[in-house]
Write a protein that binds this ligand. Structure first.
Ligand SMILES: Nc1ncnc2c1ncn2[C@@H]1O[C@@H]2COP(=O)(O)O[C@H]2[C@H]1O
Length: 857
């Protein structure tokens, strides 16, 4: 009895009612006193009731059935009864149109020794507590005794039968009625069967269910044998009242559901109802498949909604591996999240996001188990953080996170709210550690981090230590950002940091200043000092002002004139102009109509200023060492976002790509330095010597994992102005020629640079990759895939971009350390490799080459 009274208390029944039920004592504890209809025949004899008031009313089938149901629920299936009670909005309803006295007889019949008075009290208690819904005299079925009406299941009714004289007769009536039901409507019949526990289902029952499953849309992709398996486990769940909670967001997933009839709402914290699912639709799969908490609450929308339920264990056994390839989640009729089955076995999640709105993705990531205790790396979160600037600004992302952080659970579940808040904290931690310094430029992010630090401390959350760490990191970055560096752009070469205390090439920050020249059509110029991230429009206006050009800003253009004479008009919104110039390119400002009058300045065709060094005196190894160290500094400063800005167009983001520009400029500088050095060496023997040295230099670069440098040098050697110097090549020793052939094979672009990719994959990090190819891969992904698909962010594309960006991370997983060569002229070589002399005008180079070794007629 203890467990029954405990259960009654759990239902919220009053103490008085529980006391009344104690009166049933051992009687309701023992199933044998009230066997299910199928299990035996029993006659209720009048002497089982109050002798003072003989029970003349024999129990009707309805009553007997109700008795069986209630007893089964009370005694055998406490779990089910709790669930029933929950789903029926807190009420277990056993509607029944037997007369009051019949019901009293029934209650008394349950408990020999309970007198009619006590039975009446119990019956009243059942009614008052709302456990039993009693159809009264006014009910339309009054004159047609409703034989079987359980949980307001209107379809499951059969016509009047005279009151049964005993249980045997009642059972007979019931069978008749059931077959009548089956003739009347398959639905009612089916529901009858689906309510049976699975081991009570007969082969005919299973066949009936199977046939029904054959017609269900969400199961259409399943094989027939799976449907047969499902037939034995699928359960029926009726929800008579709208508002009933089937399950709540954040709960563990226990079952998968199909809507048979009626409708349910999909409700998300902070958003309310995002979708309504009707007959033929399914829900509850995500949590089971990905082993994550429920992404939404499901609330019954229409009275008498009927669901089919497959519990987790059965779902995993029968369905998990054959689930549909694509899952589409809708909000307000529009797709918001498209998931696809992952083919990768090592993915912890079975489904990956293919397309999603940005804000829904944040929710999806927070819904996954995201917390400090999960050390496992979440690729979806990493993809999101590496690429989010493409589809959501850092500011908007902070707002999204704030929304989740400050949101009170609609169900006032403190624990759930706290879980979400801590997930936001962890998200922020991952964001800072993935993205590093750019986040310190976003004031809303910095303020939010500070808030989280103090909240973590106040609440005593374990994330507190992590937050302190990232807050210190952000402060350091902020401090560095406040120290504005000054750069000077020499013609050709790399921007030079003025007054730099550091020996290495510093990071170029967007708010740093850069000093550069802007020319007029008549080659007069002004010198400007503007921030690195200044737009073309700002440069245009400042230059026009300094140069005294009176034309209105909208009629002026800013143009890059390359050393070849090519003119490129720069968009007003373009940023990073000085750092993105070609090697010997110059910036011009002019009225639009003067574009054709802009010509190359003579110094553009001459070699850039470089330091002098006799290559014969330098060891190739020492030079390769300093070259690689310098390239590494430049490579180290590139942020992943710069690759994205470069691929999608800097002007779209208004963000500088200066560090990437400088690295790419270095690639061209190395390449043209090779051509310039060879073409400017007039002595044949000396030229052969330079050629040998550069081949050795390229080989050392490869050995030092500077693949980018090696590529640039070998490309320089294959430039037509060099490759045509046959007298020089003919004198090259066989060993150097062989080495060159090997290096040349590495840069062979055929089959999408297969040779290079093979070399890199055989190398361990740290290494400097061939950056132009990385950018080409990014552009290829960008151009071959839409960023938005039907209004959703294409996360498949973001994943591909992130994979390429992760290459950078892999290459720089630790600092490059090379044993320094025995220094011969260290300072000199070090300075030389940082400021190389170049001519980047191919025409000039060709004519120099022709002078060295004139064309044979
Ligand atoms: N827009 C939606 N967002 C989240 N869940 C949804 C949405 N639309 C339908 N659902 C279903 O709601 C279910 C809630 O539990 P699950 O996360 O297991 O699986 C979810 C989906 O099957």
């Amino acid at each position: 009895m203890e467990d029954v009274t405990g259960m009654l208390a759990e239902w919220g029944l009053s103490a008085a009612t529980i006391e009344i039920f104690r009166g049933l004592g051992n009687v309701i504890k023992s199933p044998s006193h009230s066997p299910p209809l199928h299990q035996g025949k029993r006659t209720l004899s009048p002497d089982q009731s109050n002798p003072a008031e003989p029970l003349t009313d024999a129990p009707s089938v309805e009553m007997t059935r109700a008795a069986w149901v209630l007893r089964t629920l009370l005694l055998n299936e406490p779990d089910q009864i709790l669930r029933e009670r929950k789903t029926a909005g807190g009420r277990l309803v056993v509607p029944c149109c037997a007369s009051g006295s019949e019901m009293v007889t029934w209650v008394a019949g349950l408990a020999p020794g309970v007198d009619r008075h006590q039975a009446t009290t119990m019956w009243q208690a059942l009614l008052e507590e709302g456990l039993i819904y009693h159809v009264t005299g006014e009910h339309p079925f009054k004159d047609k005794c409703v034989l079987y009406q359980f949980r307001q299941d209107r379809d499951a009714t059969a016509t009047l039968r005279p009151p049964a004289q005993d249980i045997a007769e009642a059972e007979e009536h019931l069978h008749e009625a059931l077959s009548e039901l089956s003739d009347r409507g398959p639905d009612a019949w089916l529901r009858m069967i689906l309510r049976k526990p699975s081991n009570d289902r007969t082969p005919e029952d299973l066949e009936t269910i199977y046939e029904e499953l054959m017609h269900m849309k969400p199961l259409s992709h399943l094989s027939n044998s799976m449907k047969r398996e499902l037939a034995s486990v699928i359960m029926f769940e009726a929800h008579p009242k709208s508002g009933t909670v089937v399950f709540e967001q954040g709960e563990e997933g226990r079952s998968w559901y199909l809507v048979l009839c009626g409708a349910v709402d999909v409700v998300i914290h902070g958003k309310g109802v995002v979708a309504t699912l009707h007959s033929g639709e399914d829900f509850g799969k995500l949590a089971l498949i990905n082993d994550v908490p429920r992404a939404a609450s499901i609330i019954v929308r229409e009275d008498n909604t009927h669901l089919l339920r497959v519990d987790k264990e059965d779902f995993n056994r029968i369905l998990r591996d054959v689930e549909a390839n694509t899952v589409r989640l809708k909000e307000h009729g529009k797709d918001v999240l498209v998931l696809e089955k992952s083919s990768s076995n090592n993915s912890p999640h079975k489904y990956v996001v293919m397309a999603c709105t940005a804000s829904r993705m944040v929710e999806h990531l927070l819904d996954s188990r995201l917390d400090a205790s999960t050390s496992t790396y979440d690729p979806a979160l990493d993809d999101f953080l590496l690429t989010h600037v493409v589809f959501i600004s850092p500011r908007a992302l902070v707002q999204e996170l704030r929304k989740h952080y400050s949101m009170d659970s609609p169900h006032h579940d403190r624990e759930l709210s706290e879980t979400y808040r801590r997930r936001v904290v962890f998200f922020m931690y991952r964001w800072v550690t993935t993205v590093r310094h750019p986040l310190s430029h976003e004031p809303s992010a910095v303020a939010f981090i500070e808030e989280l630090v103090s909240d973590c401390e106040r609440e005593g959350w374990e994330e507190s230590a992590l937050m302190h760490r990232i807050s210190a990191q952000v402060s350091r970055h902020q401090e560095a950002a406040h120290n504005v560096s000054k750069w000077k752009l020499p013609p050709g070469g790399q921007p030079i940091c003025l007054f730099s205390s550091s020996d290495s090439h510093a990071l170029i920050k967007p708010n740093d200043d850069i000093i550069f020249r802007v020319y007029c059509a008549d080659h007069t110029y002004c010198t400007l000092r503007l921030s690195v991230a200044a737009t073309a429009e700002q440069i245009k206006v400042c230059a026009a002002d300094k140069l005294g050009i009176r034309t209105r800003a909208e009629d002026l253009i800013l143009v890059e004139v390359k050393s070849t004479g090519e003119r490129v008009t720069l968009r007003d919104s373009e940023v990073s102009i000085p750092t993105a110039l070609t090697l010997n390119g110059k910036i011009f400002v002019a009225p639009k109509e003067h574009l054709d009058a802009l010509t190359v300045i003579p110094e553009q065709e001459a070699p850039t200023e470089g330091l002098e060094l006799d290559l014969e005196d330098v060891s190739a190894r020492e030079m390769a060492y300093h070259m690689t160290m310098f390239d590494w500094e430049l490579f180290w400063n590139i942020h992943e976002y710069e690759l994205l800005y470069n691929t999608f167009g800097r002007h779209r983001f208004n963000q500088s790509t200066a560090n990437l520009d400088v690295f790419l400029r270095r690639f061209n500088e190395l390449q043209y330095w090779v051509v310039t050095e060879i073409c400017m060496t007039s002595s044949l023997s000396k030229r052969v010597h330079v050629l040998r040295k550069i081949i050795k230099l390229a080989a050392y670069c490869k050995e030092f994992h500077n693949i980018n440098g090696m590529f640039a040098l070998v490309l320089g050697l294959s430039n037509v102005a060099v490759s045509r110097l046959s007298s020089t090549w003919d004198k090259l020793p066989g060993k150097s020629r062989k080495l060159y052939t090997q290096l040349e094979a590495t840069i062979d672009p055929s089959r999408n640079h297969r040779a290079y990719r093979a070399v890199v994959s055989s190398m361990s990090a740290p290494l400097i990759p061939f950056m132009p190819l990385l950018l080409k891969d990014m552009t290829f992904i960008h151009e071959g895939n839409k960023t938005m698909v039907d209004g959703l962010v294409n996360f498949e594309k973001m994943h591909m971009l992130a994979q390429t960006l992760r290459t950078l991370r892999y290459c720089r997983n630790r600092r490059l350390v090379i044993d320094p060569p025995t220094p011969k002229n260290e300072a000199e070589v070090r300075a030389y490799v940082r400021c190389l002399r170049t001519i980047d005008n191919q025409r000039t180079l060709n004519s120099l080459s022709n002078k060295l070794e004139p064309r044979r007629s």
